[in-house]
Design a protein around this ligand. Structure first.
Ligand code: ZN
Length: 482
């Protein structure tokens, strides 16, 4: 395969496609805004987390050494409100939903290197704010709250593209003590009944935005190659993070590439609490299985909207079944000790077709991680598998198709239990394939013993379940029907 060329990414800052060249290749430091654990993880969160996991895995496949940090905002207004509503302590709220979030990551095969929590970094947050005050970027109000003075940072608004000051309004509840309505809180003075920590400005707690600046600069040693999150975080969260971090570091750019994921929609509407159309991740996993869900979340370009529908998930399930069936069959064929066949013209043609698909897949992934285009190549690989490859006698052809699957699975990560069982978490869906294998084996044994009636009944019953058997000389293979 001839290489797919450089990786190009669309940077939210500047809204242009740029060639991906990290600060210190092959290292890539990636920080993704993680959850505020005050409720169950929903599929909208999962969309962003799976997309960045896919991006990271593709960079790894291309030889980069990626360090992936994803924070947990374990103290926030939402957690405090939930604690008041439920009577649970704020710590219990955060712990309960952090557990749910971490389980979701395991189910969806998302690997994060580090999960820093805000409450473990109060001291570092205070030090960071002190430096901002010292440098003249922040001021202390009479209440003991500390605010970032936006007018001191001239690049404010560049990331979000909001260039007029009247579009910057935020944190209106503190408007009377802020110098400007668009200044934002770094430290919030304690209110009765709320958790608080000692600080040079009296008891209080960190604002939302400061934690990400502190934890990302701390764990990434200053600058970041990629900063990611959902597109709803661009303003004010990421705009504020950028202002804080560049003011603190005294240099720019703090982040080389800003990447943002699109919304998840249901019947065309953004999934949100206010519309009441939230689908909890655990419910979606129960209905579709973690692998189908993961593959579906990787089926749309990360920047575009992804519509949750029965139809799109059914398609993902179908592709998953095909990829898994293909992996099992190729593995079986390749483990059989068959004589090596010379390459015939038709095999050379097949090798060329497979290579074009693998290269096409890489080209899509290199083009701003175009997951939608890449998925079309995965479908194409399964198409030619069932049309031509399945019964190929050429070991080279089978091996190349297997290599294609291995490449694609580096991102999709839904075949690990078949391709690399020693590393895999075995999910439920795998059981199904193994059971069909077992039934087919028993049926072959019945045929050998000339119990054809029973063998035919099994064939018919499997047919009703959408499983087609193909009897060859002395072995039987199976596939899912359309
Ligand atoms: Zn953040």
């Amino acid at each position: 395969m001839i290489g797919p060329g450089p990786i190009r990414v669309r940077n939210t800052l500047g809204r242009k496609i740029e060639e991906f060249t990290p600060f210190n290749p092959p290292f890539v430091k990636m920080y993704v805004c993680g959850p505020t654990p005050y409720d169950y993880t929903h599929i909208g969160h999962a969309r962003s987390f799976v997309a960045f996991d896919g991006i990271k895995r593709y960079l790894q496949l291309r030889g980069y050494d990626v360090y992936h940090i994803q924070n947990i905002t374990d103290i926030d207004d939402k957690i405090i409100n939930k604690s008041h509503e439920t009577g649970m302590s704020w710590q219990e709220v955060a712990e309960t939903y952090t557990k749910d979030y971490l389980e979701a990551l395991t189910q969806l095969n998302i690997k994060v290197d580090l999960h820093p929590k805000v409450t473990h970094h109060i001291k570092e947050i205070i030090e960071f704010i002190e430096k901002l005050v010292e440098k003249g970027y922040a001021y202390v109000a009479s209440s003991g709250s500390v605010y970032f003075e936006v007018d001191k940072y001239p690049k404010y608004g560049e990331l979000s593209g909001r260039r007029t000051k009247d579009s910057w309004t935020q944190e209106e509840e503190y408007i009377q003590e802020k110098k400007k309505p668009y200044d934002f809180a770094l430290w919030k003075a304690a209110k009765p009944g709320e958790p608080s920590w000692e600080s040079p400005w009296g008891r209080g707690r960190p604002g939302w935005h400061i934690e990400c600046s502190v934890m990302s600069t701390r764990y990434a040693g200053g600058k970041l190659d990629i900063h990611g999150g959902g597109m709803d975080l661009i303003f004010p969260h990421h705009e504020n993070e950028r202002a804080q971090s560049e003011a603190y570091l005294g240099e720019s750019p703090w982040v080389k590439y800003w990447l943002h994921t699109g919304y998840l929609t249901i019947e065309g509407e953004k999934m949100s609490k206010s519309l009441g159309n939230i689908i909890a991740l655990k419910d979606a996993i129960r209905e579709w299985g973690p692998q189908t869900l993961r593959l579906w979340l990787l089926s749309g370009h990360y920047r575009t909207q992804l519509e949750y529908s029965e139809q799109s998930l059914t398609q993902a399930r179908k592709l998953l079944t095909r990829l898994r069936d293909m992996a099992y069959k190729l593995q079986r064929r390749l483990s059989e000790d068959e004589p090596v066949h010379y390459l015939e013209d038709k095999d050379v043609g097949l090798l060329y077709q497979i290579d074009s698909i693998i290269l096409g897949w890489h080209k899509e992934m290199s083009n701003d991680f175009n997951l939608a285009g890449a998925l079309r190549q995965a479908w194409e690989l399964t198409n030619i598998f069932y049309k031509e490859l399945e019964h190929s006698e050429s070991r080279a052809v089978l091996q190349r198709a297997y290599t294609g699957l291995i490449h694609m699975n580096k991102v999709y990560a839904v075949l690990d239990d078949i391709l690399a069982p020693e590393e895999a978490v075995r999910p439920q869906e795998d059981l199904l394939g193994n059971l069909v294998d077992l039934i087919v084996e028993v049926r072959s044994e019945l045929r050998k013993r000339k119990m054809f009636d029973l063998a035919d009944t099994i064939r018919a019953r499997l047919g009703e379940l959408g499983i087609q058997l193909l009897d060859q000389k002395d072995k039987t293979s199976w596939r899912w029907t359309e």
